[in-house]
Design a protein. Structure first.
Length: 74
């Protein structure tokens, strides 16, 4: 075979390996983000809601009816 054929095959092999590494990295990042999303959605009921008041803020937890008032300092 001619030298240019071997060079072309080598370059193509390198490109395939680089693309496979990029796909692997993208899949790994996707799984990491998906795991974070699952944690957030599973624990959404535990998140704290913040309600603005005239002189401060009231934080409430969804599982309780208690309200903790945080006053602004002037």
């Amino acid at each position: 075979m001619h030298l240019w054929v071997w060079i072309s095959l080598g370059a193509l092999t390198v490109l395939v390996i680089v693309e496979q590494l990029r796909i692997f990295k993208a899949n790994r990042e996707f799984r990491k983000k998906d795991e974070i999303f699952q944690v957030v959605t599973e624990n959404a009921a535990d998140m704290i809601a913040l309600v603005a008041l005239k002189d401060g803020a009231c934080t409430t937890a969804p599982r309780t009816s208690e309200c903790l008032v945080i006053l602004r300092q002037s």
